[in-house]
Write a protein of this length. Structure first.
Length: 211
């Protein structure tokens, strides 16, 4: 059974992305995807057990692309992080995330389709995947170093314990998604940016050092 080479796997990614964006999970046709990508069923099932695994592959690949975009931006950026507090950094890098979506509209549209997905089993699966990625990647790899830096720089209220800060902030993005990523209007770029910045302001008013 032959393997899918890198070029065909990239083509599979693009075609599957289009199919799921246009038709949603239930109506997306695996046969159409494989035909357009020029991939045999044998090759496909060498890598994926079913359509659901392909869907998850798209989701995880997009997540990796977003992290790569942020890391490349950090290498090039000229912003003096030393003069920014914890909450200002959240705002700056949140805007970078939006820029990534603007530069990759298909990625944004797929991510948007996930939020609008009607299939209850798939929706539950993706909610679990999203929460897991936020908890393991966003919280541990991204937020924890920022929190430690914020504590060192005294960006937070002194009457709030470190444990409380960590639990609140590491779950903050899950709360944001649950509150502000459910309605169709929430997914418009302008609303997304405003809601995110307002949310970070809310966190700062509650947890930030009093000015």
């Amino acid at each position: 059974m032959d393997k899918i080479n890198m070029e065909r796997k990239e083509k599979l990614f693009e075609i599957a992305l289009d199919e799921f964006i246009e038709k949603g999970y239930d109506k997306a046709s695996l046969n159409n995807i494989l035909k357009e990508a020029g991939i045999s069923k044998g090759s496909f099932y060498y890598h994926f057990n079913n359509k659901q695994e392909l869907y998850l592959y798209l989701f995880k690949t997009i997540h990796e692309m977003e992290h790569k975009y942020l890391n490349e931006w950090r290498e090039k950026c000229t912003i003096d992080y030393e003069n920014l507090n914890f909450f200002e950094i959240l705002k700056v890098e949140g805007r970078v995330g939006l820029e990534s979506a603007i530069e990759n509209p298909k990625v944004y549209l797929f991510w948007k389709s996930i939020q609008e997905e009607k299939n209850p089993e798939v929706k539950r699966l993706m909610d679990n995947e999203l929460n897991e990625l936020i908890e393991s990647g966003h919280a541990e790899d991204y937020l924890m170093p920022l929190i430690d830096r914020g504590l060192k720089n005294k960006d937070f209220r002194e009457d709030v314990s470190k444990e409380f800060l960590i639990r609140m902030l590491c779950n903050s993005m899950i709360t944001f998604f649950n509150c502000f990523m459910k309605e169709k209007a929430d997914l418009e770029f302008e609303n997304l940016e405003k809601n995110y910045e307002d949310y970070v302001d809310f966190l700062e008013r509650g947890l930030g050092k009093k000015k």
